[in-house]
Ligand binder design. Structure first.
Ligand SMILES: C[S@@+](CC[C@H](N)C(=O)[O-])C[C@H]1O[C@@H](n2cnc3c(N)ncnc32)[C@H](O)[C@@H]1O
Length: 214
């Protein structure tokens, strides 16, 4: 597919998907002003997919690996029921500060707990089969470790959504040289050969893996 057609499809998908809340629109604007990295956030179509899946599956306990400035965390919290809970993991203090500011501004922020330390440490402390849903969107070389911990803490029937499984389309190169792309390609093979899960890969934005623990 040429770049022109790909961007037309992305714009069309965006235009035919519900808008996000005014607070999330403000957060994206402020994220760009303060970090210049708003493209790291999952954006409208992926965020709305996340909310749709959370609502139809009725999940209560969610975990996020990679908070950044809180866009996807707030998306998840908005979709959770009133007694739902999200634990979100971040290592960068500046990003976490902005995220916490916006969690306070949202009526759904009280459902979110931010853990400011390496995500592996946070996941490692969680009990077996205690979580309904996990969203993975952080450092790519650790995806394999996040996956192993996630499989342990997910209840049977729980699922995860993993972002960037195309790693900027670099995984499609004949010879993969980029370190993140190598890690993602290895992660995708690990999931593909795991019989403990059902999985479907979606060609949305930078690739999404949906993985359900049997
Ligand atoms: C792509 S951004 C997440 C974007 C966010 N999910 C959103 O949609 O707004 C990845 C984040 O993971 C964080 N991160 C990197 N390594 C981490 C680690 N070991 N533990 C927790 N977070 C980490 C980075 O600081 C960065 O903020």
């Amino acid at each position: 597919m040429n770049d022109d057609l790909a961007s037309k499809i992305e714009k069309y998908v965006h235009d035919h998907t519900d808008p996000v809340s005014p607070l999330l629109r403000e957060l994206i604007k402020v994220t760009e002003e303060k970090t210049g990295l708003a493209r790291w956030s999952i954006g409208r179509s992926e965020g709305k997919l996340l909310q749709f899946l959370i609502k139809i599956s009725g999940i209560k306990y969610a975990v996020e690996v990679g908070t950044f400035t809180g866009y996807s965390a707030l998306m998840i919290a908005e979709a959770l029921p009133d007694d739902g809970m999200l634990t979100t993991c971040e290592t960068n203090k500046e990003f976490a500060r902005l995220a916490l500011k916006y969690f306070k501004k949202s009526p759904h922020g009280r459902k979110i707990r931010l853990e400011l330390r390496s995500a592996v440490e946070t996941l490692h402390k969680m009990p077996d089969e205690s979580v309904d849903f996990i969203f993975i969107d952080a450092d790519k070389p650790s995806y394999g470790r996040y996956y192993d911990e996630s499989i342990r803490i997910l209840r049977s029937g729980g699922f995860m959504m993993v972002d960037n499984v195309f790693w900027r389309y670099k995984i499609f190169k004949k010879k993969i040289t980029n370190e993140n792309a190598k890690a993602i390609a290895a992660f995708n093979e690990k999931v593909k050969s795991d019989d403990k899960v059902e999985k479907i890969m979606l060609a949305i934005r930078d690739g999404i893996y949906l993985i359900r623990k049997k």
